[in-house]
Design a binder for this molecule. Structure first.
Ligand code: NAP
Length: 168
């Protein structure tokens, strides 16, 4: 089973504030949905609470060290048990979907990264650890422009989508 991570981050590696996302980019949400649909998605308890419900057409695996539970999700105290659940269900590509804590602690397991680099700088309290891309190959990239309202204010920032695979 391949282990992938998918994350959107700002210019200073920021990913969240007050357990919420820092921007609203509808194309990025659509992209996230298209990539993860039909798969197992693994997240920390705080990210699950930020989303608030199981995402449709995906199997939600939630990590907690406590006794958190929620209808429609599978909870695990242990990463390996969560991986086993996905593997035993025949999953071919498991997606780690956050947050900061989970991205950092599971980074060494990741084979493939789907990264949205957002043209955003601002206050945050959750960050991605800086990635050293020298051990990764760029497989795909697409650029998206900012969306402005009629006054010219940016309502949705520009972003670059990149897919990286770990070098052998
Ligand atoms: N920009 C993005 O793409 C993106 C994506 C996802 C999330 N985010 C943001 O990231 C932030 C949340 O990140 P976070 O670091 O605060 O929280 P998190 O990683 O979502 O969740 C942390 C929690 O996961 C559980 N946990 C962590 N490691 C574990 C382990 N080894 N075994 C069992 N349970 C474990 C613990 O839950 P218990 O406390 O229950 O024990 C811990 O408190 C939010 O701001 C969110 O919006 C951004």
């Amino acid at each position: 089973m391949k282990i992938s991570m998918i994350v959107a981050y700002g210019k200073n590696w920021e990913i969240g504030l007050d357990n919420q996302m820092l921007w609203h980019i509808s194309e990025d949400f659509k992209n996230f949905k298209a990539i993860t649909s039909g798969h197992h998605i693994l997240m920390g308890r705080k990210t699950f609470e930020s989303i608030g419900k199981p995402l449709p057409n995906r199997t939600s695996l939630v990590l907690t060290r406590g006794d958190f539970s929620h209808e429609g999700v599978h909870t695990f105290n242990n990463v390996q048990e969560a991986f086993d659940k996905a593997r035993e269900s025949g999953e071919e590509e498991l997606f780690i979907i956050g947050g900061a804590n989970i991205y950092e602690s599971l980074f060494d397991y990741v084979d493939k990264m789907y990264l949205s680099e957002v043209d955003f700088e601002g206050e945050a309290d959750a960050y991605l650890k800086e990635i050293d891309f020298s051990t990764w190959d760029l497989q795909e990239q697409r650029e998206y422009e900012a969306i402005k309202n009629e006054k010219g204010d940016i309502i949705s920032p520009a972003w670059n989508f990149k897919v990286w695979v770990k070098k052998d």
